[in-house]
Write a protein that binds this ligand. Structure first.
Ligand SMILES: *Cc1c(COP(=O)(O)O)cnc(C)c1O
Length: 463
């Protein structure tokens, strides 16, 4: 059979997709029984994937079965309840299922003409996000790969606006001779902000760093004088402590000075969608742009980041692309809001998550992560571990009095136990354990079971 006929028959017979679905559902069913991190032998088996590029056509069924046999055991069970490493998030069943369906659609979301359904759901989702976060009606959304990209686009929009206000068209005239732009940020800001600033050519030496307190919160009284040439970058959710910058007060100061405020709320912005944690993000509507991930706290599949921006003109101008074949419509044309042209229909998984959870369900999901983090901190303290941070959101930091080597040994033992997975961080010059509760799947029992592995590892390190 020639290649095309072979693929037509694979598409028509369903068997290949049923095979994949079978593996996937089997994986999901057993994810709680396996260790959180792959075993040594699963990792060694990955060597079998190192081979030369085949010349001949492969067998689809065999490829899938190899992938399942070698790949599934070598994946990290971030999707179950006991992964507390990086701020990752699990996946909501409805979002995952929506992804499966839309994968078959294989939509390109660049233009309405390329995918009316995506354009419509992007527009609906944009409105829902404004409502959830309490943002002004002119705010528009960009559906991007993640917060790194969202921060990049937010800062590009800010730059365009600041220059434009001074009669400088940044797209046309560029850097040389442009009005100088000041970047003001807390010294505990996320690395992706630094990356975006570097990529945009602001120059890291030009960032005006503001001291932060022992939780990593920018200290408002240390802010330099702000002006119309300034972009202030705030953080809603510190990647180690989960702390929030004083958004309300800084936004007021910035607004008086005419400065642009961007809030990096990759995982923490979702606090704004809860009743009890909303105080953490008080005043956020006074900023000009906000970056937030759906793939972390909201638990959509990757890659799902969002930029929200109150200045549509600046955003669209900063990201504009034109070409004789580009047909913009009366509807939402997604590429106007993103640097990419071709783009998968990720907003649909986000739409499915929002529609499924509703605002009450989002509150329950996000507050539930906080409750599990508080439980972790409580049980850690009861077991004589030292919790270093105020657990305001979903992050817990654990410190130790013993040597750095013992801390490393402790972390390795917990990780190797397969019972849970925790990360490490450097906090105020010392190695610490970083726990992030960010999956809907984590139960109170998961936390207690993980605690037991902590206690066991400590016994092994101490004796
Ligand atoms: C994860 C994270 C980012 C980067 O987001 P990606 O989606 O991984 O690009 C930025 N800021 C904070 C605070 C984060 O936690």
């Amino acid at each position: 059979m020639n290649l095309r006929d072979k693929m037509h028959s694979e598409m028509a017979s369903k068997a290949l997709f049923e095979q994949a679905a079978g593996y996937a559902l089997d994986y999901a069913q057993h994810i709680n029984q396996r260790g959180v991190f792959p075993t040594q032998s699963a990792l060694l088996n990955l060597e079998q994937l190192v081979e030369t590029l085949p010349v001949d056509q492969g067998d689809a069924e065999q490829i899938l079965s190899d992938l399942h046999n070698l790949g599934s055991p070598a994946s990290v069970a971030t999707n179950a309840g006991r992964y507390f490493g990086f701020v990752t998030g699990g996946v909501l069943p409805v979002s995952l299922a929506a992804r499966w369906l839309t994968d078959f659609w294989d939509q390109n979301s660049a233009l309405y003409l390329m995918s009316p359904i995506t354009a419509q759901l992007e527009a609906v989702t944009e409105r829902w996000l404004r409502e959830l976060f309490g943002l002004p009606s002119q705010v528009v959304a960009s559906f991007l790969s993640g917060s790194s990209m969202a921060i990049f686009c937010g800062l590009a929009a800010a730059r365009f606006r600041i220059c434009k206000n001074q009669g400088w068209d940044f797209n046309q005239q560029g850097h040389n001779g442009a009005p100088p732009i000041r970047i003001v940020a807390g010294d505990s800001i996320h690395g992706s902000v630094i990356k975006a600033a570097a990529l945009l050519g602001f120059g890291l030496d030009n960032i005006e760093w503001v001291d932060s307190d022992d939780q990593g919160r920018l200290i408002q009284s240390k802010l330099p004088g702000l002006d119309q040439n300034t972009i202030v970058i705030l953080q809603a959710g510190h990647v180690s402590t989960g702390s929030f910058d004083p958004i309300d007060a800084v936004c007021d100061t910035a607004s008086q000075a005419g400065a642009w405020v961007h809030i990096d709320g990759a995982f923490g912005l979702w606090a704004a969608a809860t009743k009890q944690l909303g105080k953490l993000t008080k005043g956020l509507e006074k900023a000009q742009s906000w970056s937030v991930d759906a793939h972390k706290t909201l638990n959509t599949p990757y890659d799902n980041g969002i930029l929200l921006c109150s200045d549509r003109e600046a955003l669209v101008s900063a990201l504009q692309l034109s070409g004789s074949y580009v047909n913009f419509s009366e509807h939402r044309d997604g590429m106007l809001y993103t640097p990419e042209m071709s783009r998968r229909a990720r907003a649909i998984e986000l739409w499915a998550a929002l529609k499924y959870l509703g605002s009450d369900g989002i509150d329950e999901l996000v507050y539930g992560l906080h409750e599990r983090a508080v439980q972790f901190a409580r049980e850690l303290t009861l077991a004589n571990f030292k919790v270093l941070n105020e657990v305001v959101f979903n992050q817990v930091l654990v410190g130790f009095d013993w040597s750095e080597e013992s801390t490393a040994e402790f972390i390795a033992l917990v990780q190797q136990s397969g019972e849970c997975w925790i990360g490490s961080a450097n906090w105020h010059g010392k190695a610490v354990v970083r726990i992030s509760v960010c999956s809907w799947a984590t139960t109170a029992e998961d936390v207690s079971r993980s605690m037991a592995s902590f206690i066991k590892a400590r016994e092994a390190v101490v004796c």
